[in-house]
Every structure is written in C-alpha cells, then in structure tokens.
Design a protein around this ligand. Structure first.
Ligand code: GLN
Length: 541
C-alpha cells in the first residue's frame, strides 16, 4: 500500500443532472465511514470566475465557504454529507484557471514560451487538483468534473485527468457516471448511450475504471455483463445507481452495490474496516418515521427553481430529523404576495421563512409576509435579505417610518434602516466583493439565539453588502426589536429578535450553509421546534 494521496475522478456522460455531486458525496461518506479522510473538489468548466455573479436561475444556489469562496451548490452537498468544511481550493472554474495562467504570463513567468491549452492550462488544472492532496490532510481527494464528456468546455479537464492517470498510475481512478434509459415502447433498458459516452472518453485517452449507471429500473445480470464487455470494465465495477426517495439514501444504495469496496481495491487501499454508518442509519430512520408534520412557507423570488434555495431546504430536512418531524416546505413566490392577498396566501402556515435575495423584485411581498408573521404570531425566520425585510417592516409599521427602506432599493430614502456597509462604498466590481465568509458574532444572554446555540460566541458565513443601520438601534430596541447578535469587532448587527412573539428571529448571516447530517443547524432546529410547539398550542386552543 502506498502512502501517497489517492485521486478519484468523477466524470459524467450522456446528459447533465445525473447527480455526480450526490454520488461523489455518497462515496466519500462510505470511505469516511471506513476511517479514511476524504475531501471532494468540483471543477466547473464555465468561464465565470465563480458562480457569485450568476443568477440562481442559471445555476441554482451560490454556496459560501468559511474562507469566503462563492461556490457551486455541490459543495453544500459535500459539507452536508461529510461534515468537513470546504474552501477556495474545493471549487475551480475555467475562469479561475485562465485568470491565473494569464496573470503568470503577464509576469513573464513562461520565459518567452507560447502559452497554450496543453500544457499550460492543463498544468494549472493538475496543480489545482493536487493542491488538496499536497496538504497531506487527506488520504483521498475526489475530483468531480462538471459538465458532460464531449462538451468543448470540458476537454482540457479530461486531458488533465488523462495525464494524471498516466503520471500517477497506481494512485488514480476514474468513475464515469452514465445514464441507462428505459424505453417504454420497447419495454427495455438501453445501454447504447453508455457505450457511446465511454467511447467518447476513450477517444480522449481515458479508460474509466468504474461505471456508475443511473437507471430507473434494475440492471439485470445480462445488462451488467453487456456493459462490462463493451466498456472494458470488470463486472463488479458496473454499479447500478437507482433513483432514491431522498438523497440521504444514496450512500446506502452505493454500499449495497459495493462501490466503496471496488474503489478501495482498485486504489490498492485496505477494505478491512467496514463503513460505520450507525449515525446515518438513525438519520434515515427518522426521515422515514416522523412523529409529526408541519408546513413552513418559504417566501422567495426564485421559487420556480428550488435549487436556488438548496441549503435551506436541506437544513429543514436536518432540523426535521432532529425534531422527529416532517417539514413540508410550501414554496411561495414573493412577487405574487400583496397586502390584499397576504392573509389568504399565508393562511394555515405553521411557520414562515423569508429567504435571502438581491434587488427589488418581490421585496414588497417579502415585507408583507413579515408583517403577517409578526402580527399573527406565526414563528418567523428571516435570512439575510429576509432579516433586512424584517427590520424594514418593523420600522414602517411599528416605528411609524412609512418610507423606511434599504438603500439597496431606494438609495436616498429618508429612513435608511438598512444601509450599505462602509467598506462597500468604494467598491465597483461585482464579483467576489461582498462581505463574504465566516465572521464572529457575540450573542445576548437568554436570547432565542443563545438558547439555540447553547453558547454566546458563534461564527457564521455571510454574503451581503448592506447591514442594519446602527443609527436606529436605540429606537428599535425601545420599540421591542432587539439586536441579539453583534460582530464583536465592528458592532454590526447580525441577529434581531422580537421577544414578544412565539419565535421571531432574523439573521444577517446564512445559517443554512452550515447545517449537516451530523450537525443540524441550531437555529433551524430551534425554529422547527418553535413551529411544532406553536402548532400544538393552536390546536389545543
Ligand atoms: N441584498 C442584500 C445585501 O446585499 C442581502 C443579500 C442576501 O440575502 N444574501 O445585503
């Protein structure tokens, strides 16, 4: 057995959205369960430097790491499954690769050479893959290549994989994820698309070691044989990946197929220790056997694409499990909520969450939803823009500043209760310039937050340019909206609460990014607990 870091590449064929991220995270979970230290990295072939400037409709949620990287939502899955923080190094885009190569060229680092895709771009890709391995922290680095084999954009990545397979022969394997579609008219599963996508990989010089076949029906022995034979892989390396009811079942499905065992054998690593999945089994049991159900309205402007709020909906699953409760999320479009229909639209909800966001679209609906939750004493959780809306609503309807707003929407408003942070005022670039990543926060004793966290010092991840305007702090406090979390260095308000309410909390940070299977987020857990309690109270009159 070698002591060097092992690399597992995960590529995708036939179509996008096959769930490479979940398969990678599931495999990593099984390997971690056997005692290996594992991290997962995503290589994204698009030219944006990061998804921070992308509209969520394009690419789903933008996930933020502790060190302030704006990343692909798959990193959220990696953290939720592994409970290990990711960082800047875990998400690389073509934009980042080219930016760094071009910077080196400008500095004259290529010593007069012509700078080319091969070897310069591919070298940069290989370096980025090995950064995580070189840290010495991980036994295994799983690198997920975004996109589909055959795309023009992914060519340099596949070439980098080919070179690494050659250079580190015993330390690398490739898992190729494909689709085995069911043709209803023929009543058959079809292997041809898989054969073609393996052929596309072979043309680029890469022979996959393992095929993970997404399918809606069982892959019989004959089909497995056929795939193995036509794609040059061993029979036990044809892994069936059936659709699951929840993504948290996938590690178990992969375990049944022995994906982890095959991977370890191919990498020459020991398979002696069996995966310890006790916690996961318990988690899954609780998902399947809830003792109660609650309905929480999620008010946002991207609700047509639920991936835009991926971390929030997953955090609700984790918090539900912790409370032995099934949280049904009702997705409500903030643009459709008005003062005339808000009562009818939100009637019957057990809890209300107002989601993060940017810009003016749908903001009045969010403010209406806050008012409804506050006045009707429905448990309320506001995140980032959701918290800012709670502050605006309070200023308008309790402090009586009918024109209160955030300067994000009305720059010169008379009562800017939310205003741009000082350090943001001189920034003109949009990408990577927000207040990003982990910041400390000091909690007020006996607040909802400090009860939930069971500590008074926390650290949470941020992604914003605007903040609570401290000029209004005293007025808010006097009227009953209390800042219960503040940044200890800058005094920025990070949490507001209304004590005279069953549960009303707005957070400037994004707690959803830190909720994992092993550690459901305390604020989500406390919110769901309050929702359950309030529902019971209403039912019992
Ligand atoms: N648009 C708001 C700001 O920049 C909130 C951002 C968010 O919800 N992530 O401060």
């Amino acid at each position: 057995m070698s002591n060097s870091t092992k690399y597992i590449f995960v590529t995708g064929g036939v179509t996008s959205s096959l769930g490479k991220g979940i398969i990678s995270a599931s495999l990593a979970t099984l390997l971690q369960g056997r005692g290996y230290s594992v991290t997962i990295q995503k290589l994204d072939p698009y030219i944006n430097i990061d998804p921070g400037t992308l509209n969520p409709y394009e690419h789903g949620e933008c996930y933020v790491t502790d060190d302030g990287a704006e990343t692909d939502l798959d990193l959220g899955h990696y953290e939720r499954f592994l409970n290990v923080p990711t960082s800047q190094a875990n998400n690389v885009t073509t934009g980042k690769i080219y930016q760094s190569v071009i910077e080196k060229e400008r500095k004259g680092e290529f010593l007069g050479k012509t700078v080319q895709v091969v070897p310069h771009i591919t070298d940069e890709i290989k370096e980025r893959i090995q950064i995580l391995g070189k840290k010495g922290t991980y036994d295994i680095v799983i690198t997920e290549i975004g996109g589909t084999v055959g795309d023009i954009e992914s060519l340099p990545y596949v070439e980098a994989v080919r070179q690494m397979m050659w250079e580190f022969e015993n330390d690398c394997i490739v898992i190729h994820l494909t689709l085995v579609p069911y043709l209803a008219a023929a009543g058959e599963l079809k292997t041809k698309p898989t054969q073609h996508s393996v052929k596309a990989l072979l043309e680029l010089g890469v022979q996959p070691d393992i095929l993970c076949c997404r399918t809606e029906h069982e892959l019989g022995l004959e089909l497995r044989k056929k795939i193995a034979k036509f794609c040059n892989v061993s029979m036990n390396a044809v892994i069936e990946s059936r659709d699951a009811n929840t993504i948290y079942e996938v590690p178990f499905l992969m375990q049944q197929e022995e994906l982890d065992k095959v991977v370890l054998e191919k990498l020459g690593l020991s398979t002696k220790t069996k995966p310890d999945m006790t916690k996961w089994t318990e988690f899954l049991n609780r998902i399947h056997n809830p003792k109660s159900t609650v309905t929480i309205g999620l008010i946002g402007k991207y609700v047509e694409l639920k991936d835009s709020y991926k971390s929030i909906s997953e955090a609700f699953i984790h918090a539900g499990v912790e409370n032995e409760c099934m949280v049904e999320v009702k997705w409500l479009h903030s643009e459709k909520i008005t003062c005339d229909n808000v009562n009818k639209t939100l009637d019957g909800l057990d809890g209300i969450l107002v989601a993060p966001g940017f810009g003016s679209r749908g903001i009045s609906g969010k403010i209406e939803a806050v008012r409804y939750a506050r006045e009707n004493k429905v448990p309320f959780f506001g995140i980032c823009l959701g918290m800012q809306c709670a502050v605006i609503e309070y200023a308008r309807n309790v402090l009586g500043y009918s024109d209160a707003h955030t300067t994000e929407i009305v720059e010169n408003c008379v009562h800017p209760v939310i205003s741009m942070m000082e350090e943001q005022k001189t920034i003109s670039n949009m990408g990577g310039t927000m207040r990003l990543g982990a910041y400390k926060c000091q909690l007020k004793p006996s607040s909802l937050a400090s009860i939930a966290y069971t500590t008074d010092k926390i650290s949470e991840r941020h992604r914003h340019r605007y903040e609570f305007n401290n000029d209004y702090l005293k007025e808010f406090e006097k009227a009953g909206m209390i800042p219960t979390g503040k940044n200890p260095e800058t005094g920025l308000v990070e949490i507001v609460e209304i004590p005279d309410h069953p549960w009303f909390l707005g957070a400037q940070f994004h707690p959803e990014y830190k909720s994992t299977v092993a550690k459901p987020h305390p604020l989500f857990v406390a919110f769901v607990a309050a929702v359950i309690k309030n529902k019971k109270k209403i039912r019992n009159g």
